[in-house]
Design a protein around this ligand. Structure first.
Ligand SMILES: Cc1cc2nc3c(=O)[nH]c(=O)nc-3n(C[C@H](O)[C@H](O)[C@H](O)COP(=O)(O)OP(=O)(O)OC[C@H]3O[C@@H](n4cnc5c(N)ncnc54)[C@H](O)[C@@H]3O)c2cc1C
Length: 482
């Protein structure tokens, strides 16, 4: 199935699941209430369902990430979070607005047809405030200087509390959710959501225990960048079999003392399955964990969760390959390149590598050897080159791509891009809008899941989501107007 078709299928499936409680509420045949009250209920029914679906989106499902890419799943998670927050934030205020029957200000009895007890009211407001806090901290965590691990732990705990408080409020206070069938659906949905959370924080770590790895070697690769080789720790119980990944995918790494602590980090594999059971990751110092990676002792225990992602080669594809990498973004590209070479695939490969200074160039010797052997064309660009630099100058922008990628190649090459966000945005823009390369031939891997780049793949995702958003809003309006 094509990726686009799959994406539409997933968006449709998401929309349908988000509407299940609304459909069940409408099917109860209760007498209609004033528009604003049913609008408030409709927003809450869909908003709470979307909130529970957020658990699944961040639940690390390998099939989902391999199909559409983890970056897109997490971006979708963020887009839908904004929408559901809007729905749920509006929900209580609609009861304040004057309607033909409600007695303003907020009259909870108008919502449920009976008195809302103190507890359901409290759990509703607790979930409401926590939700705002959760989204606010997610949006500004970098500006507030919150450590990633602290934020991630509080995000998980906060989401769990919102789900539990929300469930209590919904079933106890909801006009429609008191119905046994709908109440049952909510209980099952919350259980599945919590299951997805437990899977990441409990079941995956437990499963990892049976397949421990050890650090075989740590070597300096380039300025503030290290290559770690990992091997199955057979002495500690690993069966010694191959890790079932595809070149270009990534894993979450968790070091021994942190089995249940949330100190795991995602890193792309720069090895290829053809290398055997040994795996390689290339890590650049970027913060509190990665700054110490060069000091990790040989033999350290490490656990892997994965593989994830769809930054992979298509089986049987022999079209020319253009790999464009900036800094440590070369890591997954090196996995792809090694895969083509080791499997002896007859495919033209061009590498365009951007760095600031020569000391940052990764895999320099290996690439030089492959270039000498005529296996790959390598263009290395420095934005701050020394006087005697005989490679390219500048960054991988339109001018450099124009110079390095012959026109004849642009018509059928597949482009893989990984690097700093600004580089990916600019390269993606050049390929899509200047070289007119169709989106399915431009594959990007982002190390940060932001929604900043509206011109490239993020813009396409946002536009694709508009259809789902429109359907959800329309369904809520029809529910309120019925
Ligand atoms: C799919 C993917 C593949 C990656 N591959 C590589 C790679 O091959 N080589 C490499 O050097 N880096 C890679 N990264 C980036 C790497 O994960 C971060 O640089 C690293 O986690 C930073 O951790 P820190 O504690 O040193 O820095 P911090 O100061 O804690 O974090 C710096 C930033 O890194 C991101 N980050 C931190 N921890 C995590 C986490 N657990 N999950 C997701 N993002 C996190 C956050 O955006 C954070 O703001 C990849 C990231 C992703 C999402």
């Amino acid at each position: 199935m094509s990726e686009t078709r799959l994406a539409w299928l997933l968006l449709g499936g998401y929309g349908l699941l988000a509407l299940v409680p609304l459909i069940l509420a409408a099917a109860q045949g209760l007498p209609p209430r004033p528009f604003l009250e049913d609008l408030a209920s409709g927003l809450a029914l869909v908003g709470f369902a979307m909130l529970l679906l957020e658990f699944l989106l961040s639940g690390r499902f390998k099939g989902l990430s391999a199909a559409v890419g983890m970056d897109r799943v997490m971006q979708f998670h963020q887009i839908m979070a904004w929408l559901l927050v809007l729905f749920l934030v509006l929900h209580p205020f609609l009861y304040y607005l004057p309607t033909e029957s409600a007695t303003a200000p907020y009259d909870p009895t108008a919502e449920s047809g009976g008195e809302i007890g103190l507890l359901p009211s409290l759990t509703g407001w607790a979930a409401w405030f926590l939700l705002l806090l959760l989204v606010f901290t997610a949006a500004v965590r970098d500006d507030l200087g919150i450590r990633y691990e602290t934020w991630r732990a509080s995000h998980g705990v906060g989401a769990l509390l919102i789900a539990l408080f929300g469930l209590h409020h919904t079933v106890e206070a909801g006009h429609y959710s008191g119905d046994p069938l709908l109440a049952g659906v909510w209980v099952v949905a919350v259980a599945i959501a919590i299951g997805a959370l437990l899977n990441v924080h409990l079941l995956i770590p437990l499963r990892q225990r049976r397949r421990p790895y050890r650090v075989h070697a740590v070597r300096h690769a380039a300025e503030r960048t290290w290559i770690l080789t990992l091997e199955p720790d057979t002495a500690a119980g690993h069966p010694g079999d191959l890790f079932p990944y595809r070149a270009g995918q990534f894993v979450w790494l968790r070091f021994e003392r942190a089995l249940f602590r949330i100190t795991e980090h995602p890193f792309s594999l720069s090895s290829t399955p053809a290398d055997g059971p040994q795996l390689e990751v290339t890590i650049k110092e970027a913060g509190d964990f990665t700054n110490g990676v060069g000091d990790i002792p040989q033999g350290s225990r490490v656990y892997l969760d994965g593989p994830y992602g769809n930054f992979t080669l298509q089986q049987g594809d022999v079209r020319p390959l253009v790999l464009i990498g900036g800094g440590v973004g070369m890591a997954p590209l090196m996995g792809l390149l090694r895969d083509v070479i080791r499997r002896g695939v007859n495919r033209r490969v061009r590498v365009i590598q951007g760095n600031r200074v020569a000391e940052q160039i990764l895999y320099r010797e290996e690439l030089a050897q492959l270039a000498r052997d005529g296996r790959v064309s390598v263009h290395q660009a420095l934005s701050e080159p020394p006087a005697d630099w005989d490679g390219e100058r500048g960054v991988p922008d339109e001018a450099l791509l124009n110079h390095c990628v012959p026109e004849s190649e642009r018509g059928n090459a597949v482009f893989y891009v990984c690097g700093p966000p600004a580089m990916i945005d600019s390269v993606e823009h050049t390929l899509l809008h200047r070289f007119r390369v169709p989106p399915e031939r431009v594959i990007c891997e982002r190390f940060r899941y932001t929604l900043d780049n509206r011109r490239g793949s993020t813009g396409r995702l946002l536009r694709a989501c508009l259809g789902t958003v429109a359907v959800l809003v329309l369904a809520i309006l029809l529910f309120a107007l019925r």
